[in-house]
Design a protein around this ligand. Sequence first.
Ligand code: SF4
Length: 213
Amino acid sequence: MPEELENPEIPVPEELQGTVTVTTLDKIYNWGRRSSVWPMMFGLACCAIEMICTATSRYDFSRFGMEVMRPSPRQTDLMIVSGTVTKKMVPQIVRLYNQMPEPKYVMAMGACASGGGPFKEGYNVVSGIDKYVPVDVYVPGCPPTPQALLHGLMTVQKKIDGESLRTARWYRPEVSEALPIPVLGPDIFDPRDLEAIKNRRPAPAAESSEVVG
Ligand code: SF4
C-alpha cells in the first residue's frame, strides 16, 4: 500500500506495520481515480504536437497512469483542449464534452485554448474554450512545453485529491444536464438565444440628409 494512503492520525502497532494500513474512503477513492486519468485523444493545432511529445519516452506521462489516451469520449476522464479553437470546431468540442461520463475534467492547454492566443481578434477563432465548457486547469504558453503540460496534469491530480465522496457533484441527486451545443451560423451562437436573435430587428437606416438647392 503506498505511503500516501496512510492516515498518520491513526497509528498502526509496530508488529502490524507493512501488513495493515488505515486509510479513508476518500483517500483510496481519489487515489484510484488520480492514478488512472485517461485523456481524450484529440488535438487542434500546434499545441497538440507538444501534447504528443509529452507521451513519448523522454517525458512519459504514463508515469502518472495517463498513458491510455482514448479515442472515444465515453471512456475518458480528461479533455485536453490543445490548440486554436475555431468557431467551426466549438460545436464538436462541446458535443464531445457532453459525451464524456462524470467525473470529468477539462484542461485548456496553451494561449489559444485559454484566451484566443495570437488569433484572439481573428474572425474565425473563439477567445477561450472556457466560454463553452467549464475549464479546471489552464496551462499557459505558446506552446506550453511538455514539462508545463506535466505540471498541469499533476494539478488535475491535486484537484482530484481534494474532492470528497460526500460532496462530489456527480453523486448529487440532480442529474447533470448536457451543455447546449453552440450553433455555427454567420457567427457562433448559443441555441438558447435563437428566439431573441430571430426577433431582433435591423437597426433603422440613418435618415438621408436633406439637400437644399
Ligand atoms: Fe499554436 Fe501557440 Fe496557439 Fe498553441 S497557443 S495552438 S502553439 S499558436
